[in-house]
Write a protein that binds this ligand. Structure first.
Ligand code: AHR
Length: 650
């Protein structure tokens, strides 16, 4: 293998390897967003009591109802009323959390709630108790001083044990009635110790990948099943307690893993996504609805223009007021929210949330997996308005999913004519497809839009099949494909595996990059492939040639190389998709001075079905070893079925 060290090619974009986040598989509520109470405000549409139950089947409560008279605020129009005429220890309610609540011994959790004693009630207080799955108390306390006005109460709970399956009980201390709202149990330990922060172990797994960008908030949830159920970023910012929940597009009946209780609380909203991007050093890449609901559901379309003329009002959730002008205005306002001065209306909202500095937004996605004339019809005025006001923002356009056959859609062609900045291509296909398509971009037009490989993952059984596994076969095949992305870094400037997260007890889609329960998390072999590319991105492509005219992937050997300008290192990535160990010789053409000891990072398993799990999180994980560099030739033996990164000090 010849690596032309003296002929560096295209720069590798800093955004090359990034993350695709979607609130699917309990990725946000129940995952990255560590609020432990499900449905804290009783505002879930059509399921106002989801997550809650009356203790002891309700026999101990005469009153257990969601009410709306004299609510906490207009943003919180519903609350829970519970009451008993006879004092008894079981008169109360229980919140189940997200397939339980994960709590750790000795850690601090803040319980906060609003309470009010309605007229005629003499209730003296509330008993709050965190219990494990056996009903044993892990922490308990009293809330006293209830008044006839809404008032917020806060207490700290420190569990005496650790469990992934705790639940929260709130009982009446005596006879009487109480109104409750915005009931929250939030861990003190969050990433960067932020209030309303994120689950630290999950953020750390992301940060460790050195991601170049974070695409959010999806996926199909951007589109919604109907336009009224689309993701609207403006409803996800400001006071966390006042954010109105929305049914999740992934709320569904699904074999053994039904999630009829899946909604978005928006505790993790657009401000928090921007902050997360900043925390992990990734460029934020928000994706907005283009005026089309999910084509796999209603496929509802926003009319092109409203009779009252452009921007003649605001659309609220479920208002049905959904002309395209509103979608476009939302996009313009989002750029102002992210980047505008604090003196601007939306910049002021960002500053009020604690971030006066700009988030320095550079990319914006318009539409997800949409294509065809209706998409293009809406994309055009969208892109025109954005370009007119914010010419520096790079627009990511959608070209639809990529089935195994022809990957070029009519939309891609038209987007080229429209001089789109980036086209978002998705590939969910069998592992062999990934190996066979490592050369996909070799002959791609060099003058057209750049490529964002926004969603891809090898599917061991079939697209989105519940039987798919995050097997080594899938991961090594993705590594082979990624050598092709890297070799074509002049065309491909962003790429992300999808989906990112899945809760082991509440998922709708497999495979996924990181799996977790309420306490633990692990990276799949696919995670380690992504991490190795992300942490060995380099700064410019080095041309790689095989001997005797062999192409990348011939004989199941795949390779790419980059130089890292910061360290001077030459980084060669090699995939051996064969059962035999394979000696290779690297001819580092034109290399001047090289260090004597190189570092090999090897991800390998002779079992193509090998997976990681909560119990065996590093069954397939990188191992490091050093090797000798006999400049300018390097001999190295690749392990059977391995992905190896060789770092040669320059
Ligand atoms: O990643 C899961 C889903 O796959 C995404 O929501 C969608 O964009 C794609 O179809």
């Amino acid at each position: 293998i010849t690596v032309q060290v003296d002929k560096p090619g295209a720069p590798v974009s800093k955004t090359m390897y990034g993350l695709f986040f979607e609130d699917i598989n309990f990725a946000a509520d129940g995952g990255l967003y560590p609020e432990l109470v499900k449905n804290k405000s009783f505002e879930v549409p059509d399921q106002a009591l989801v997550g809650w139950k009356a203790r002891k089947g309700g026999f101990t409560l005469e009153t257990y109802a969601v009410m709306s008279q004299q609510p906490l605020s207009a943003a919180n129009p519903h609350y829970l009323r519970i009451g008993t005429r006879t004092a008894n220890a079981d008169a109360g309610v229980s919140n189940e959390g997200f397939r339980g609540m994960g709590v750790k011994q000795g850690a601090e959790y803040t319980l906060s709630l609003y309470a009010r004693r309605p007229a005629g009630s003499n209730l003296s207080g509330l008993l709050v108790r965190l219990e494990n799955e056996k009903g044993e108390a892990l922490a308990e306390t009293k809330i006293t001083g209830l008044t006839s006005e809404w008032k917020q109460y806060k207490v700290a709970l420190r569990p005496t044990g650790t469990t992934a399956k705790a639940h929260l009980d709130i009982s009446l201390d005596g006879a009487g009635v109480v109104d409750l709202d915005v009931v929250s149990l939030f861990p003190k330990d969050t990433y960067n110790q932020r209030p309303n922060g994120l689950r630290p172990d999950l953020v750390q797994l992301l940060k460790d990948m050195q991601p170049g960008f974070l695409r959010f908030p999806g996926g199909c949830i951007v589109e919604g099943r109907t336009l009224a159920e689309r993701y609207q970023w403006k409803t996800t910012i400001g006071d966390v307690g006042a954010r109105t929940p929305l049914v999740n597009r992934w709320n569904m009946e699904f074999r053994h893993r039904s999630t009829p209780d899946y909604y978005q609380s928006f505790g993790l909203g657009f401000f928090e996504y921007f902050q997360l991007s900043e925390d992990i050093g990734a460029e934020p890449l928000p994706v907005l609805n283009v005026g089309m609901a999910c084509q796999f559901n209603s496929g509802e379309l926003a009319p092109m223009s409203r009779a009252g003329g452009p921007n003649a009002g605001e659309a609220g959730p479920g208002t049905g007021d959904v002309s395209l002008d509103i979608f476009i205005q939302d996009a313009l306002d989002l750029v102002e929210f992210a980047n505008g001065p604090v003196s601007s209306p939306w910049g002021a909202k960002r500053a009020a949330m604690g971030h006066p500095a700009s988030f320095n937004l550079k990319y914006l996605g318009i539409g997800n997996e949409q294509w065809g004339p209706q998409y293009l019809e809406r994309y055009e005025p969208f892109a025109k308005a954005l370009r007119a006001k914010y010419p520096d923002i790079k627009i990511v356009s959608s070209a639809g999913p990529s089935p195994d056959g022809d990957l070029f859609t009519a939309a891609s062609k038209r987007l080229g004519e429209l001089k789109a900045d980036l086209i978002d291509e998705h590939y969910y296909a069998k592992p062999e497809w990934f190996r066979q398509n490592a050369g996909r971009y070799d002959s791609y037009a060099r003058t057209g839009p750049k490529i964002f490989a926004g969603e891809y993952a090898a599917q061991s059984v079939a697209i989105g099949s519940p039987d798919n596994k995050n097997s080594w076969d899938c991961a090594i095949s993705e590594a082979a494909f990624m050598t092709g992305l890297e070799r074509n870094a002049d065309v491909v400037v962003m790429a992300s595996y999808a989906p990112l997260f899945a809760h082991v007890d509440a998922w709708q889609w497999t495979p996924d990059m990181i799996w977790f329960d309420n306490l633990r998390a692990y990276g799949t072999p696919n995670y380690y492939v992504q991490k190795l590319f992300g942490t060995n991105r380099g700064s410019a492509v080095l041309p790689v040639q095989r001997g005797a005219g062999a192409k990348n992937g011939d004989d199941n050997l795949f390779s790419s190389a980059v130089v890292d300008a910061q360290t001077g290192d030459i980084v060669v990535k090699l995939v051996n998709y064969s059962a035999q160990a394979r000696p290779v010789t690297l001819n580092l053409q034109g290399a001047k001075k090289l260090g004597k000891a190189g570092k090999a990072i090897v991800l390998a398993s002779t079992d193509l079905n090998a997976v990681n799990s909560l119990e065996q999180p590093t069954n397939v994980a990188p191992k490091e070893e050093s090797f000798q560099v006999a400049s300018p030739k390097v001999s190295y033996t690749l392990a059977p079925y391995s992905f190896t990164t060789l770092r040669i000090p320059g």
